[in-house]
Write a new protein. Structure first.
Length: 410
């Protein structure tokens, strides 16, 4: 494969123009959007306007004058289009952890005769921690059962109340079959909660097409909402009337400003809100979602796969001799939007590569990850990233002691 072919891919890329919407540092190839999305250019101005004008001038009147109060639902509706949901099925609020706690506890209450939460060892550990905490809090002999990713279907039995899975494995990039596993769960009488943190915004997720029950996801990865951006949660319309949130906060009340002493859940998705909406965070996320206006998510998925195909082809051609093993599945139907490489010195390799202007990240114990973001990564980015990685390996740069020093965030 030659560079002219790569340039032709960029010339014919229908999403090429979207790159201009992001403020990417000069000389940096950013392949870590699966940890933190890049900054959309117009986000700072939008946030500054809310701080200076709405908060600064209109003060508390802004809850009404600028409709701050409905931001969780408005932003949720914008996310809904990107994940195959309908208006009124998604809200933006809290963190992924808090939203998962809400949904998992409520889902378990819908299956009171069952005691098992089923997940896999490719799930993000945070989700497993939340499940362990919920099981302990309920104190009704609930238990978390963890299996291998390819054994989830066989592990579904009559005691499984909820299956809790991340659609795309954060380490390997392996993708679960949402439709198949959801159907198997329903056939066994179980519910499913999907974590979309590593898929929403980079793939054509289809919650309703898969008959999904519930889902959570974060706003700071492929949605580019900024560090610590509000998360989102999805509840299928058919379940909204019966799902009763354990975290029954005032924003999920039927009439928050009636200040009743007894909780009465709001209708629909809004009952899953809890505390006061974080307006600055929601503003940044809302502004970031402008980048998706008019974007066809099937084109996003097609480019994601094409970027991954190029990465895999170049890695096999130029990196295999250095012991870098591709662990991400190559088949399109089981691949997310990242490519992961395994090497005993993966941490030092990533640090040395960052020193060469290519930002990826490391996951224990030996994985170098590269997130592929169709809205701003070009095919030329992939070519040059592999070129610089080859240089790091050929020169042995990663063996320098400074690249082996572990930082707090990897």
């Amino acid at each position: 494969m030659d560079y002219d072919h790569v340039l032709e891919l960029d010339r014919t890329d229908p999403l090429a123009a979207s790159r201009a919407a992001f403020d990417l540092p000069e000389g940096v190839i950013y392949l870590d959007g699966n940890s933190l999305g890049a900054l959309p250019r117009h986000v700072p101005g939008r946030v500054a306007e809310v701080i200076g004008q709405q908060w600064g001038r209109d003060l508390i009147q802004s809850w009404n004058r600028h409709d701050w109060i409905s931001m969780p639902a408005r932003v949720g509706d914008r996310i809904a289009r990107l994940i195959g949901a309908e208006s009124g099925e998604v809200v933006a609020a809290d963190s992924t952890s808090v939203n998962l706690m809400k949904l998992l506890s409520a889902a378990l209450a819908l299956r009171p005769e069952r005691r098992t939460i089923l997940s896999d060892n490719g799930n993000f550990p945070n989700d497993l921690y939340i499940a362990q905490g919920v099981a302990g809090l309920l104190d009704k002999e609930h238990r978390l059962r963890i299996t291998d990713p390819d054994q989830v279907a066989e592990a579904i039995d009559e005691d499984v109340a909820v299956i809790m899975l991340t659609e795309v494995d954060y380490r390997s990039g392996r993708r679960h079959d949402m439709s198949d596993l959801t159907a198997r769960a329903h056939a066994a009488g179980a519910l499913v909660i999907w974590d979309l943190c590593h898929s929403a915004g980079a793939m054509d997720v289809d919650l309703n097409g898969s008959n999904a029950d519930m889902a959570v996801g974060c706003g700071y990865k492929y949605l580019n909402g900024g560090p610590g951006a509000p998360a989102f949660m999805f509840v299928a319309r058919r379940l909204q009337p019966v799902l009763k949130p354990a975290l029954s906060g005032w924003m999920g009340h039927d009439q928050p400003f009636a200040f009743d002493l007894d909780y009465r859940p709001a209708a629909g998705i809004l009952r899953n809100l809890a505390g006061t909406p974080p307006i600055l965070g929601l503003t940044a996320l809302d502004a970031a979602l402008d980048s998706f206006d008019g974007v066809d998510m099937t084109r996003v998925r097609a480019k994601s796969l094409a970027l991954g195909d190029l990465f895999v082809a170049l890695a096999r051609e130029r990196l295999a001799c250095y012991g870098l093993e591709i662990i991400t599945p190559e088949a399109h139907d089981v691949r997310g939007s990242q490519i992961s490489l395994r090497h005993p010195e993966a941490y030092a390799i990533i640090q040395a590569l960052i020193g060469e202007g290519v930002i990826g990240d490391f996951r224990m114990p030996d994985i170098a990850r590269f997130g592929l973001v169709p809205l701003y990564n070009s095919f030329a980015d992939i070519w040059h990233a592999i070129e610089r990685l080859e240089g790091v390996m050929a020169a042995g740069t990663y063996r320098q002691p400074r690249f082996r020093e572990r930082l707090a965030v990897t």
